[in-house]
Design a protein around this ligand. Structure first.
Ligand code: 3PG
Length: 213
């Protein structure tokens, strides 16, 4: 099995999403995040240029860890690896998708929202998963309940994470990193307010550094 995602995450325990229309825009967002102390980013496969964005960020900002998210198929997983993605994230888990992500040899976090999905991932030897959509799937209380039964499993919650609840999520011992789009709001990207994105990132980095070492 590939190394676990937590062992390769760089910087504070944050995994901000980058959704960009062009590779240049992706690099600008990534740079703004890095200026705010972020060390790891997830480029989501929700725009046509997402794969090109992964490649562009890797080359422009070699110190950043660059992963790909919204991986939905074996073809996605392989294309992300070819584009230079250093880890994979998916919103969901099926046996086929898990097998495809394992086959890439990359660290990855498959999406789960229920005990059965966690158990399925665990059957594949996976102990780190993405909890999505975190807020709608029970949030903090659900993660606490899951900790009782899945004592070896650690989570990357995403979906509804913000500056207001980041500390509550990161304070949980079974959370290893928190992800989401709150550091890269579409309106700031559209208006190229990179300084504001850096400020959001820097506030979140401070919280993450305090709660996870
Ligand atoms: C994801 O892909 O993890 C989600 O889109 C993140 O959800 P958010 O936009 O609520 O942060």
């Amino acid at each position: 099995l590939s190394p676990v995602l937590s062992s390769v995450i760089r910087g504070p325990a944050l995994l901000p999403i980058i959704q960009a229309d062009t590779p240049d825009e992706a690099v600008a967002i990534a740079k703004a995040l890095a200026d705010g102390g972020v060390g790891s980013v997830e480029v989501v496969l929700r725009t046509r240029q997402a794969l090109a964005a992964v490649t562009a960020i890797r080359s422009a900002l070699p110190d950043l860890l660059v992963g790909a998210g919204t991986v939905l198929s074996a073809a996605d997983a392989n294309a992300c690896k070819d584009a230079g993605a250093q880890f994979l994230v998916s919103p969901a888990s099926t046996p086929k998708l898990l097998e495809a992500m394992i086959a890439t040899g990359l660290p990855f976090a498959p999406g789960v929202a229920t005990p059965s999905e966690i158990a399925m991932a665990y059957e594949y030897g996976l102990t780190e998963v993405k909890f999505f959509p975190a807020h709608l799937s029970g949030g903090i209380e659900m993660l606490k309940a899951l900790r009782g039964v899945f004592q070896q499993v650690r989570f990357c919650p995403t979906g509804g994470i913000s500056q207001h609840n980041l500390a509550d999520f990161l304070a949980l011992p079974n959370v290893f990193v928190a992800g989401g789009s709150w550091l890269t709001p579409a309106n700031l990207v559209k208006t190229q307010q990179w300084g504001q994105i850096s400020e959001l990132a820097s506030a979140a980095s401070a919280i993450a550094r305090q709660l996870k070492t």
